[in-house]
Unconditional design. Structure first.
Length: 259
């Protein structure tokens, strides 16, 4: 046991979701970082880490000679759980997880104390690998009867950076009237995807446009039942909250899904 109080979890499988690409700087694929899903066995004698995915709890990975790093639990099954990781050049934490071999163990513990606020319309905004938290949250929200509409906006550089296509398609097929997805690509134009970066106008189009909840519109009162959550870097999330405030939502405040 480490000084952080973690328990050992053994790596069972490692699956590549996105293959690294290094090409010409003029290409939209000039830099694509690898993404892996790592499946770990629960610590011995532990039925579950107790991570509440629907409340934004995280798995803390104890990185040797560093500090614990937070990762979303992208899935949990009997006796095992997944962490999905983008490996950054020189990344201490992602590099450590990438170095772990099948059969080796890492030290983990659970952390989280947020509370969920119920809402009829739930909007999730995922920036890049933030989908590893956002999509499991979509699954969790769709399991709740009060969430009548769940909509996901996934912002990425290129289409090749996207993954979990089968999982998203299966979720759409299972909830055709409740779950919908939009993607926006900043470095590539592709049919069926928005192009550019997230902005207040994009958020209005993607969410208010789908739900009919635009400010000043006939269903403006329905905004009281709208909840948002963005997943990305801290600056991205702060900027997203500011954009949502710009279009009339209370973020932070009553329009936040988790607080």
């Amino acid at each position: 046991m480490s000084r952080w109080g973690g328990k050992p979890a053994t790596l069972l499988r490692k699956v590549c979701q996105v293959t690294a690409v290094r090409g010409q700087a003029s290409s939209p694929e000039w830099e694509r970082l690898p993404v892996y899903t790592l499946t770990f066995a629960n610590p011995p004698g532990v039925e579950s880490l107790g991570v509440r995915i629907d409340h934004g709890d995280v798995v803390k990975v104890v990185v040797p000679n560093f500090k614990p790093k937070s990762y979303s639990m992208s899935a949990e099954r009997q006796g095992e759980f997944d962490i999905t990781v983008k490996v950054y050049p020189g990344g201490v934490c992602s590099g450590y997880l990438d170095s772990v071999q099948v059969g080796e163990s890492i030290s983990v513990f659970k952390m989280g104390a947020k509370q969920r606020a119920a809402g009829r319309h739930v909007g999730l905004i995922a920036y890049g690998v933030g989908i590893t938290e956002a999509l499991p949250l979509c699954v969790a929200e769709l399991a709740k009867p009060d969430a009548e509409q769940v909509r996901l906006l996934w912002a990425s550089k290129t289409y090749g950076d996207l993954f979990w296509h089968d999982e998203i398609a299966a979720l759409r097929a299972a909830h055709p009237e409740r779950f919908s997805v939009a993607t926006i690509l900043s470095r590539e134009q592709r049919e069926g995807c928005l192009h550019g970066r997230c902005s207040a106008a994009v958020l209005t189009e993607v969410f208010d446009g789908a739900w009919g909840t635009a400010a000043g519109g006939p269903r403006e009162a329905a905004r009281d039942d709208v909840r948002f959550l963005s997943v990305g870097t801290k600056p991205m999330m702060r900027q997203t909250e500011a954009m949502l405030r710009e279009i009339g939502y209370a973020t932070p405040g009553r329009n936040m899904l988790l607080a």
